[in-house]
Design a protein around this ligand. Structure first.
Ligand SMILES: [Cu+2]
Length: 140
């Protein structure tokens, strides 16, 4: 019985460390100075703007990597948008997202047209659920 418990505990530890390694490796190919992370219980999303850094009144894209956590699946679809909650408006442009495979995505056509606090919005659909992730950006 002791051996069985120890064995199960070992299995649990190795499962946990496997997940930790995957999460730690997520998005490592993106520029370390520019990349940002958003964690939820189900996904880790890492993104980096290009051109970087984000600037007012300039078209930019995002390189995005999504890594599933805790038994979640890769997103079937990812939508990217941005808004200014304090002003109740979004962008004047619609971003497009290309799926590159293995959790990698490229969003194009973002444009933040006024100074203030913006939110980058990432809508993931995976496992029949929609999950909205957001990241705040202050632009001067
Ligand atoms: Cu505004």
């Amino acid at each position: 019985m002791k051996a069985l418990v120890a064995g199960l505990f070992g299995l649990l530890l190795s499962a946990l460390s496997t997940h930790a390694t995957q999460a730690a490796d997520c998005g490592q190919q993106l520029d370390a100075r520019q990349r940002r992370e958003i964690r939820t219980p189900r996904h880790l999303l890492v993104f980096a703007p290009s051109p970087a850094p984000l600037a007012l009144g300039r078209h930019f894209g995002l390189d995005i990597v999504v890594c599933p956590r805790a038994g979640a699946s890769l997103p079937l679809a990812l939508k990217v948008d941005a808004d200014m909650p304090a002003h109740r408006h979004g962008m004047n442009y619609r971003a497009t997202v290309q799926t590159l495979g293995e959790g990698r995505y490229r969003a194009e056509g973002l444009f933040l047209h006024m100074p203030g606090r913006w939110r980058l919005l990432f809508d993931l659909s995976a496992d029949g659920r929609l999950e909205r992730l957001s990241h705040e950006v202050d632009l001067e």
